[in-house]
Ligand binder design. Sequence first.
Ligand code: SF4
Length: 124
Amino acid sequence: MPSKLAKSSSKSTTVSSLKLVKRLEALPGVGRKTANVVLNTAFRQVAMAVDTHIFRFSNRTKVAPGKNVLEVEMKLLKFVPKEFLLDAHHWMILHGRYICVARKPKCDACVIEDLCEFKDKTST
Ligand code: SF4
């Protein structure tokens, strides 16, 4: 049986993404990141779920530097070209998880090494 949220969201396409995020965030245990993931993956709406990987990647590269996840989220939503917004957060998570890793980023294997502004790039 679909949840109230799913019912209300499917019967009306006029519910804005912002309203949907607010409704999701009102659920127990759901924060902004989770709300954005649901909005993006389940409802295929533009949303930027900034996790630790995206936060690190955005600050290192200077693509969307910010002191907190909300600041990074807002900058990424402006920076990422419209045609890539639906899937960009998945790509950035994978990049952060496997290439731009926390301890020692794999800059030698990074396809955007020439564009990245991180001052402590690694080399082998
Ligand atoms: S060059 Fe290094 S620091 Fe920059 S994005 Fe790639 S892996 Fe991360």
